[in-house]
Design a protein around this ligand. Structure first.
Ligand SMILES: [Zn+2]
Length: 191
């Protein structure tokens, strides 16, 4: 338990939560707050949605939606338990360092795959842009039905685009992410 909290990639996880909250359309600040509470190493037995409501003042429906997002991302998990006083079932939520880091690693691999696909697309195509409205076309799109290389929107002559810079920045980003993933893997699986 101690070692997993020591290996916690807090910054990376916070960025991950932000992205996750944005795409799932839940409140980013509230999601970060709840993440902080349930991932705290002192939260050994888990927090129920009622506990979280008490701690944050957020509506239970909102809290449940955020927990659901964490659960679907395989970030948080719950334990079923009895309420200490009432005879009803409660769900007690937790996030553990290693589990959270694995979820983050999965996410980074997904991003890496997308970047590689984008790079391949950039390398395998030549592009043309319209000087008027900045629309971008591949060769076959630019060629058009008559081989005229004209913008289908405004009719201007399309200009060949040099995508070297874009390719270089994609390659740089891919290298950076690959290094990050390798480090994460070392940290997660070397024990
Ligand atoms: Zn145009």
């Amino acid at each position: 338990m101690e070692s997993s909290s020591k290996n916690y990639d807090v910054k990376g996880l916070e960025r991950f939560i932000e992205k996750l909250a944005e795409t799932s359309e839940v409140d980013v600040k509230k999601a970060l707050h709840i993440f902080k509470l349930i991932s705290d190493p002192s939260n050994k037995n888990g927090l129920s949605d009622e506990d979280l409501e008490e701690l944050t003042g957020y509506k239970q429906g909102e809290i449940r939606r955020i927990l659901r997002v964490f659960y679907d991302a395989r970030l948080a998990y719950y334990r079923k338990g009895k309420h200490p006083k009432l005879d009803t079932t409660r769900y007690y939520w937790r996030i553990e360092g290693d589990v959270a880091n694995s979820a983050l690693l999965r996410r980074k691999r997904e991003v890496l795959n997308k970047l590689k696909m984008k790079l391949e697309y950039e390398l395998n195509n030549t592009f043309y842009t319209c000087p008027n409205d900045n629309l971008r076309f591949t060769f076959s799109e630019a060629y058009g039905p008559d081989g005229e290389f004209r913008c289908p929107r405004c009719g201007a002559l399309l200009q060949p685009e040099d995508n070297t810079q874009l390719v270089e920045s994609l390659e740089k980003e891919i290298r950076r992410l690959e290094e990050e993933i390798a480090e994460d893997e070392k940290r997660l699986y070397s024990s």
